[in-house]
Design a protein. Structure first.
Length: 229
């Protein structure tokens, strides 16, 4: 079920492991929309939430401080002249992004599994920081029509290779490290595939844009996904 909310109204509810999905308007994003038949062109994962307190202007017995939330996301992307795996302030991404943005919170069951393995997840994500962006494997993940062809499958089918990353590959492997998904070929996962994995709450929230539904949201069983038998 899609809801619409401003980021500042729901940022305090975000937790590490939640997914942020983007739908851009650049030429590259339009190509991704065309090949994946989806409005989603990029994904990131919440990796850090921080609350700071500052003195309020008018203090009362009930409220003597204001809270500010600094949510960070880790992503493989192009941003502010940099390219590769990086961690960014989510508020900056929301403010500057040209397109749609959604928040996909993990379900209760997924959250329980994530909490049991979160140290592995954080260690994994930290180790990827600074690795290069992999545009060739992004192409292969998005164009799957020839994956089963005996001659041309090598062009479009990706074997797992983590020396560099594209956005959904990084997120899929992070979720696999956290135990939230299993048996997935992360190098074959597209941004919308992440959104379709059935690991989320039924309610998801659009933070920016005009009420655009993600078709197939939360319906795909990710077990043994993206493998060639």
């Amino acid at each position: 079920m899609l809801e619409q909310q401003r980021y500042h109204r729901i940022r305090e509810h975000m937790q590490p492991g939640d997914i942020i999905a983007f739908g851009g308007n650049s030429l590259f994003s339009r190509w991704t929309k065309l090949t994946t038949h989806s409005p989603v062109t990029h994904v990131a994962v919440v990796t850090h939430t921080k609350v700071t307190h500052t003195a309020a202007t008018h203090t009362t017995a009930r409220d003597d401080a204001k809270s500010r939330y600094y949510n960070h996301v880790t992503e493989a992307t192009f941003f502010r002249g940099k390219r590769g795996v990086m961690t960014n302030r989510l508020s900056e991404r929301v403010a500057s992004y040209d397109g749609d943005i959604w928040w996909l919170p993990l379900s209760r069951a997924s959250r329980s599994i994530f909490e049991q393995n979160k140290h592995k997840f954080f260690n994994f994500m930290c180790e990827q920081e600074g690795k290069p962006y992999d545009i060739l494997q992004l192409f292969g993940s998005a164009v799957d029509a020839l994956d089963d062809h005996p001659l041309f499958s090598s062009i479009t089918y990706n074997n797992e290779d983590f020396s560099s990353w594209f956005c959904s590959e990084l997120i899929a492997e992070g979720l696999k490290t956290a135990g939230v998904v299993t048996g997935v070929n992360s190098s074959e996962v597209t941004p919308v595939d992440i959104c379709r994995f059935n690991i989320f709450k039924k309610r998801y929230v659009q933070l920016k844009g005009e009420g655009r539904i993600i078709e197939g949201f939360n319906t795909l069983v990710p077990d043994n996904w993206g493998q060639i038998a």
